[in-house]
Design a protein around this ligand. Structure first.
Ligand code: GLU
Length: 505
């Protein structure tokens, strides 16, 4: 038998912002597809019109663009298995509903919500299944004429899947191994609703995976309970031979405590659960996103890749290319992955270090602008190179390095008390003269000349350097002193010293 072409899909329902768990699902699908030279499909599962949220589809697409996850096929990408929006596939589903009805594997049910409620009140733990279906109003209990008459009258109905009881259903999961459940615990799921002429998720999902030739269904653990039903549907259609392989990914768990990661955890602990900022069109609520919070997309990808998978050793930093090489579904964990958002911050720091200074400088320029600073790009690059190891986010570079761009207007009181001695003004005046006489203002040359001068005068190096720092920075922080004076240049260095001496004396 020839190996089947790998085709995977990411199939969100456009019901709001894309949750970070969905991003991880898409990422794993992408890694798997690329590794096998296969295709990745973007399908929109919008058969539940009540839950449709305008803008959600665009939001999801923009998220993947930002993250660097391209699709090969699907909504907005094209391809020859379309349309890829389920709401545009009504006629296709109708055909397959009829196939099941004609084969006696599904039936029409007229029970109204009130009738169903009445049954629930009458029978404890009522389930619409083999044990109860013969007490209900459906095409199994009504005559063909009655059914036709009801439909002709315009009565609303649903189509239910007729599940045979007492049968072990085997789901082979690439992560969990073989999962066996008994069909008796399943109910006769609604596959289609006449009211909106649309199938439910289950039917549309299976029909589309089949028609789109999906080879692997990689999705969140929350879909595992649906898998036995899906297996039965494949069988009912006679599609067992091309049934996709399943892989149900571990849940993302709260950073602390038990349970599933929720948006509230993010709000409480201060981290985003969405890739991009999301403006809820209904409530007007704005939720933070990784992009707007200053994360680099590469860092988010690397962080998410390791939530539920590892390469089998303790390597942590991996580019998309490396992830594609190393990713392995069988190395995914069965148990949930704690959403350690602090690790995400660490990754961001690491990626700021990994990226060329020029690239980080590009991102820092708008931050400088916000603070009214326009500086030569080369200077920004130099400062970034000196300071980026101190920050986790590009915007933190402002706090760490603003003194390179703006002269101090006041001097930190505590530092002054501690570092500005009786003779500091005198020493700084002398140092100004020394610096003014230096031709080559390079870091090493400055350092050598100043150190020689300190030695010759018998001054205390610490005292001189601390006072010097105070004059240039306005407080006790910053990198190596001569790095600062070199970046500022001779003129600016002397001007800042002069002003400090005046103010502090
Ligand atoms: N539409 C489902 C979702 O929103 C797809 C689940 C699946 O991948 O089968 O996640």
């Amino acid at each position: 038998m020839t190996e089947r072409r790998v085709r995977v899909r990411f199939a969100p329902s456009p019901t709001g912002a894309l949750h970070i768990g969905g991003v991880r699902t898409a990422l794993y699908n992408y890694l798997f597809a690329r590794q096998h030279g296969g295709d990745m499909i973007f399908r929109i599962e919008d058969t539940d019109s009540n839950r449709f949220v305008p803008g959600a589809e665009e939001y999801i697409l923009e998220s993947f663009k930002w993250l660097g996850i391209p699709f090969d096929e699907g909504v907005s990408f094209g391809g020859d298995h379309g349309p890829y929006r389920q709401s545009e596939r009504r006629e296709i589903y109708k055909k397959y509903v009829k196939v099941l009805l004609d084969a006696g594997k599904a039936y029409i049910a007229f029970d109204t919500p009130e009738e169903l409620d009445a049954k629930r009140a009458e029978i404890a733990n009522f389930q619409y299944d083999a044990s109860t279906r013969m007490q209900m109003r459906n095409s199994l209990t009504l005559s063909k004429e009655e059914v036709d008459a009801l439909i002709a009258e315009g009565k609303q109905y649903v189509v239910r899947f007729k599940i045979e009881p007492n049968e072990d259903v085997h789901v082979n999961d690439l992560i969990r191994g073989e999962v066996i459940i008994n069909s008796s615990i399943l109910d006769d799921k609604v596959l289609y609703k006449s009211a909106d002429e649309l199938p439910t998720y289950h039917l549309a999902n299976i029909v589309d995976d089949h028609l789109m030739e999906v080879s692997h269904v990689i999705r969140g653990e929350e879909w595992l309970p649906s898998a036995p039903l899906h297996v039965l549907l494949y069988r009912a259609f006679g599609w067992e031979d091309t049934m996709p392989a399943f892989a149900h990914l571990p849940l993302l768990l709260k950073p602390e405590g038990n349970g599933k990661l929720s948006k509230r955890d993010g709000d409480r602990l201060g981290f985003p659960v969405f890739p991009l900022e999301w403006h809820d069109p209904k409530t007007g609520e704005v939720s933070s996103g990784y992009r707007e919070s200053g994360y680099l997309p590469e860092a988010v990808i690397n962080f998410l890749a390791l939530l539920g998978w590892n390469p089998g050793n303790d390597q942590e930093l991996m580019s998309m290319e490396e992830l594609i090489k190393l990713f392995d579904l069988s190395h995914c964990s069965k148990s949930g992955a704690k959403f350690d958002f602090k690790k995400g911050i660490w990754f961001n720091h690491e990626y700021i270090l990994l990226k060329p200074d020029e690239e980080i400088a590009e991102l820092f320029v708008p931050v400088l602008k916000e603070h009214g600073v326009e500086a030569p790009f080369e200077k920004v690059v130099t400062v970034v190179g000196m300071m980026k190891n101190r920050v986790s986010f590009v915007r933190e570079l402002w706090e760490a390095s603003s003194f390179f761009f703006v002269a101090p207007t006041e001097y930190d009181e505590k530092t002054v008390k501690k570092r500005w001695k009786e003779d500091s003004a005198q020493c700084m005046t002398e140092l100004m003269e020394v610096l003014a006489g230096i031709e080559d203002f390079g870091i090493e040359n400055q350092e050598k000349i100043v150190m020689d001068w300190i030695a010759e005068k018998g001054y205390h190096t610490g005292n001189i350097m601390n006072a010097f720092r105070l004059t240039l920075v306005g407080e006790g922080k910053g990198p190596h002193m001569f790095d600062i004076s070199w970046v500022l240049g001779k003129e600016e260095t002397l001007a800042r010293m002069k002003r400090a001496i005046e103010v502090l004396s």
